[in-house]
Design a protein around this ligand. Sequence first.
Ligand code: LLP
Length: 431
Amino acid sequence: TQAFQINNQGHLEIGGVDSLELAHQFGTPLVAYDVSAIRNQIRHFQSVFEQNHVDYAVSYASKAFASIAMFQLVNQEGGHIDVVSGGELYTAIKAGFPMDHVSFHGNNKSFAELTMAVEQQVGVIILDNFHEIELLQEVLQQQHQHINVMLRVTPGVSAHTHEYDQTGQVDSKFGFDIQSGQAFEALEKVLTIDSMNMLGIHAHIGSQIFEVNGFEMAANKLIDTLAEWNERIGYQAKVLNVGGGFGIRYTQEDDPIAPEEFVDAIVKTVKSETSEKGIATPAIWIEPGRSIVGPAGYNLYTVGSRKDVPGIRSYVTVDGGMGDNIRPALYQADYEAVLASNPTSPISETVRIAGKYCESGDILIKEQALPATKPGDVLAMLATGAYGYSMASNYNRNPRLAVVFCEDGEAKLVIRRETYDDLISHDLSIE
Ligand code: LLP
């Protein structure tokens, strides 16, 4: 299983706080983050760059988990963020996040979203397609403004991961194609537009990737591209953004290297390849999401009903499910859970952990070895911090869960649980 902390009462501890107390105080289902695990991961990434003596930005991919508190935490650690919607940008504004540390992504940013980004003077807009270049040009004209831009390209590397999580292959909805010359055409276009300052190039090859190789291949491809741009028209990129996607451990079957080791390999590739090609080493930006918040998050649930299907299996049902973690249903993602009151107690059975949603596919864990459980016990699902809350829904009109930050033995509520009144707050009566 995952590494976790146990306090002197034998209970699972999160950020120095007893998980049973969290369940009692805030109710379940609940997401609890170990804040120092988040800080440490950001620091590990930063130290890779420091050790390799390159300019850098660690830009947290906020789609993994965006909230005011999370943005404030990233800022405390000197991190940047990337946002992919007006809503994420709005959250960052309300968090007081420095706008010059924001990258704005997306393959179909609207006029309104681009207007907001330009008004806020975000650090960089990552251009995805030709339509967007024109749209942004219009926005800049209207506002008499300038902005930094980068071009997102598809390096033609397909990472070995779930199909929905692949983004770098040629047949992708994201970015400019390199092979066919689209990316170069986009570069030439952007360079003619005075209101855009062309910072560099971006690629993201996918998510939950375990092989260093894919990242090295992508880095190579990007440097080839930069060398070509330099040779053809003397364009020199200031920034090389290699995206995120560093895989994490969800279960004992996963055996990834530490996320910062992927980054170390990328940085070393970029340094050696740029010097070989005779171009200056640009600043290297990364955009990790999952690896920053995933391992730091725990979903706490209370056990309720049980069904024993004779001769087949037993279902243990908890008070949450696909509304707070869609990943098992959507990607067949695997997780592990432990009994919060005694995470290392001897196993007595293997059960299926089901959610409360009215759907057969609402299974959180297909096979989980556990000690005997009874209604009222608290189960903790491990490594749920990425793409759990951020993909939560109100399916079956279940209120979305609460989120707490735990650090140094203190728990702070950072997103309150939705109420039934929140649920109907947008409903309009026809009578
Ligand atoms: N940068 C870009 C441009 C991205 O599209 C993404 C993720 C990231 C960075 C961060 O990737 P990470 O380090 O978190 O792997 N909902 C899916 C994951 C979708 C990822 C989309 N893009 C899941 O739950 O597995």
